[in-house]
Design a protein around this ligand. Structure first.
Ligand code: NAG
Ligand code: NAG
Ligand code: NAG
Ligand code: NAG
Ligand code: NAG
Ligand code: NAG
Length: 505
């Protein structure tokens, strides 16, 4: 059984704010397509490389906001979300056979809608109708900053206070090994090499992508699909550049790829856009909600559980519905073998090792220079970044690499016993150590300790062997107001999750 766990540090709980770091995670457990379709880059034509696609079946090579909304279904769990979410697919080049095979996805995609308002503000703008954007750069092939990242508190000077840096810091390649404390999100910004994946990432690789959340307030799109938006100063959190004052939901994609299925086989992983480095990882988003509805959801779906079930507005679909929502493929690629084994990846993109900028098709770029096939650059000596545990429940003060997502001690999930018990409605398990807290979580929804409080949600994916749990770490902080007394801000209302879906964990 696979079990992944994410701890989200809520940070400070401040009074007077109605929208404090709430979020919801949109599960898109089923893929609506795996195909060379990319309306943001190649509108009206077959795209250069293959994508894993999630969302509305109104998606197509020439999709528009209207066509997404007019779709008959969505592969995401909320019926009102007709958005389209896509990233390049991942392939494995077997060096013995010289053939490529698709690396399978595990559990589809999760799209987090993180609700971080600008400081001094309590509201967010919904994505406007017709909004679209790309995060990442398909042609990027190097990373020129120190590895690992320096502390975010030091990102206020060059080169860290540039969009160029933030754009690359928005990519994460999380080496999954559920037997040890997981790495923090957005810790490693490139694809680890095969030997590293074999040696350490026994549960695969989680690709993470943070989208820009600062908007110029005017343009729903732009030629390069990027320049109408910008990253806040710390990628997920922080302040928006002054030209991009409107704060949107912070969109964060997670997809897990079963790299370990190729354990012991010689070869190279690469992204479907011809990128063996990972620096060119990217993702696309086309908004497919009714704008007013999304605004209402952003304003009111602030239950800290992050579960879509806790938003009364959302219509939750059954897996028989979202699991049967396929994009119709144009005839030119209807029979394309995107799974393998094949001698070239779909579309036969140039395999560009870098470090120079590659020349694939990019929105607003010169796609005419994109040539099919071949290899550009030399085999890059792989960058390495060894394992580093994410934040542990005991050390919430420590630096969390990359972002708010940090992952707890995972060594003793005690799934075999605890997981089968029903969460009780009034748990009060003293957290004497992080391990105790982590283990207890499965049985008890809330563990309280003298310090932070922990919140948990758990659920099972389409794949009956995959269980995910998300933990919230809430800190109660003391705020000293200017001339008055010290005010201790109470922890947010604790809520319990007896909630459970699709049983069998
Ligand atoms: C693609 O082109 C069609 C037809 O011109 C247009 O309706 C649609 O909005 C375009 N899609 C994108 C994502 O630009
Ligand atoms: C607060 O943020 C919203 C969303 O970005 C924006 O529309 C509004 O103007 C902001 N309010 C203030 C007072 O800055
Ligand atoms: C992988 O490559 C190494 C070095 O070339 C070789 O010794 C080994 O036999 C290969 N393994 C497999 C499974 O082909
Ligand atoms: C949040 O959701 C939980 C169930 O996960 C529920 O018990 C609780 O009442 C909700 N809180 C609010 C404020 O709606
Ligand atoms: C959707 O596509 C998948 C993968 O190609 C296929 O297995 C499934 O049967 C399709 N479902 C429908 C309803 O067409
Ligand atoms: C690294 O990538 C940038 C594009 O982001 C490019 O301009 C630069 O030349 C590359 N560096 C090297 C050493 O190739």
């Amino acid at each position: 059984m696979r079990f992944s766990r994410i701890v989200v540090s809520l940070g400070a709980v401040l009074s007077g704010s109605t929208l404090v770091d709430a979020f919801w995670r949109m599960p898109c457990r089923s893929r609506s397509g795996l195909a060379r379709i990319d309306p943001l880059v190649s509108n009206g034509t077959i795209s250069e490389h293959a994508h894993a696609i999630h969302g509305s079946d109104g998606f197509s090579t020439s999709a528009s906001y209207e066509s997404l909304l007019a779709g008959s279904c969505t592969s995401c769990e909320v019926a009102q979300d007709k958005s389209a979410y896509w990233t390049p697919a991942m392939y494995f080049l077997n060096s013995e056979t010289n053939e490529y095979k698709l690396v399978e996805q595990v559990g589809g995609m999760l799209a987090y809608y993180l609700l971080y308002p600008n400081s001094g503000n309590t509201s967010l703008s919904a994505f406007p109708a017709g909004f679209e954007m790309i995060a990442g750069d398909t042609n990027q092939r190097n990373f020129t900053y120190p590895v690992p990242d320096i502390q975010k508190s030091l990102w206020n000077v060059a080169p860290y206070n540039t969009q160029a840096f933030l754009r690359q810091a928005a990519l994460g390649f999380n080496c999954l090994n559920y037997a040890i404390t997981p790495e923090g999100s957005l810790y490693r910004h490139f694809l680890p090499d095969k030997a590293y994946l074999d040696a350490h990432c026994t549960d695969g690789l989680r690709l993470e992508l943070m989208f820009p959340s600062c908007w110029n307030g005017v343009d729903r799109t732009s030629t390069d699909k990027k320049s109408h938006v910008a990253y806040p100063s710390q990628v997920m959190t922080g302040d928006c550049p002054s030209d991009f004052p409107e704060r949107l939901p912070s969109l964060f994609y997670e997809t897990i790829w079963d790299t370990y299925a190729f354990n012991g086989i010689n070869g190279t992983f690469m992204m479907g856009n011809g990128d063996p480095s990972g620096f060119g990882y990217h993702g696309d988003f086309m908004m497919g909600w009714e704008e007013d509805f999304l605004q209402q959801a952003v304003d009111t779906c602030t239950n800290l559980s992050g579960q879509i079930e806790d938003c009364a507005l959302f219509t939750i679909q059954d897996s028989s519905v979202y699991g049967n929502c396929n994009v119709t493929l144009p005839s030119a690629i209807a029979k394309e073998n995107v799974v393998g084994a094949v001698s070239t990846m779909p579309g036969n993109p140039v395999i560009a090792y870098g470090p120079g900028y590659a020349s694939g098709a990019a929105a607003g770029g010169n796609s005419a220079t994109a040539t099919a096939g071949g290899v550009a650059g030399t085999t890059q000596s792989a960058m390495t970044l060894s394992y580093s545990a994410g934040i542990s429940l005991a050390s919430s003060e420590s630096y969390v690499p990359g972002g708010i997502f940090a992952v707890s001690t995972g060594a003793s999930f005690a799934l075999s016993t605890a997981a089968t018990s029903t969460p009780t409605s009034s748990p009060s398990v003293a957290a004497t150590s992080p391990t105790t807290a982590a283990a207890a979580f499965v049985a008890a929804s809330i563990v309280e300790s003298a310090g932070p409080s922990y919140f948990s949600t758990a659920y099972q994916t389409l794949d009956p062997n995959t269980v995910e749990e998300i933990l919230w770490l809430e800190e109660v902080i003391t705020v000293t107001e200017a001339s008055t007394a010290t005010v201790t801000v109470p922890a947010r209302k604790r809520h319990l999750h007896g909630h459970r879906r699709g049983g069998n964990f």
